[in-house]
Design a binder for this molecule. Structure first.
Ligand SMILES: Cc1cc2nc3c(=O)[nH]c(=O)nc-3n(C[C@H](O)[C@H](O)[C@H](O)COP(=O)(O)O)c2cc1C
Length: 184
């Protein structure tokens, strides 16, 4: 296979032009401890049956717990939850410390104050290069909360109320991290 005619910097820059929301994908480990990570690669997939997808990196520790539990909840972050995203984007052990959360019907952690949540069982996993494509079957849904979303754009945060880019933590292995200064 021939090498691409662009470098990873160019790929990240171009992918960073696609603005997304931010989610926390979380499960409980075998001891009942909440585990989760910040995830922008989340999308609706199918209405009937109800399916969603997200793409965890192959080195994600949370992913290993989800593979084991075969269940997870996706919380959609609201505009004031930038610090939640930053904490869950780090490789630290107790990301839930000091955070208010509520177990879903399947027992997965949902983040209080999020716009809503989606409770899923793991339906299928497809190879996606250095990531997996994880497909979830939706089992139950949170109430939609009236608030504004936290957005991820050009490797930084913005909201519709504060449309000025704020830098995210360094995320070297993460596709749309810009690795340096970025402005709107
Ligand atoms: C805003 C944001 C979005 C992210 N989206 C993804 C993503 O879609 N897929 C992914 O694998 N990592 C994503 N990350 C990076 C992970 O959250 C990060 O690698 C985290 O440390 C993984 O934690 P874990 O190893 O405990 O699972 C994102 C990080 C941030 C801050």
């Amino acid at each position: 296979m021939s090498a691409p005619a662009f470098d990873s910097r160019a790929f990240r820059n171009v992918m960073g032009q696609f603005c997304t929301g931010i989610t926390i994908v979380a499960t409980a480990d075998a001891d009942g401890k909440p585990r989760g990570f910040a995830c922008q690669s989340f999308a609706a997939l199918s209405l009937d049956p109800p399916l969603i997808l997200f793409c965890p990196g192959k080195t994600s520790r949370t992913w290993r717990f989800i593979e084991e539990s075969k269940t997870f909840a996706v919380s959609v972050l609201a505009q004031r939850q930038e610090s939640v995203s930053a904490a869950f984007g780090r490789v630290i052990d107790d990301k839930f410390e000091g955070l208010e959360w509520t177990p879903s019907p399947l027992g997965n952690p949902t983040i209080d104050g999020a716009l809503t949540w989606i409770d899923c069982t793991l339906e299928n996993v497809v190879d996606g290069g250095d990531h997996h494509v994880a497909i979830g079957r939706v089992q139950s849904l949170g109430e939609p909360v009236e608030d504004k979303p936290l957005l991820f754009y050009r490797g930084g945060y913005l909201t519709t109320e504060h449309p000025h880019l704020r830098h995210a933590d360094r995320l070297d292995s993460f596709l749309t991290w810009d690795g340096g200064a970025a402005w709107l």
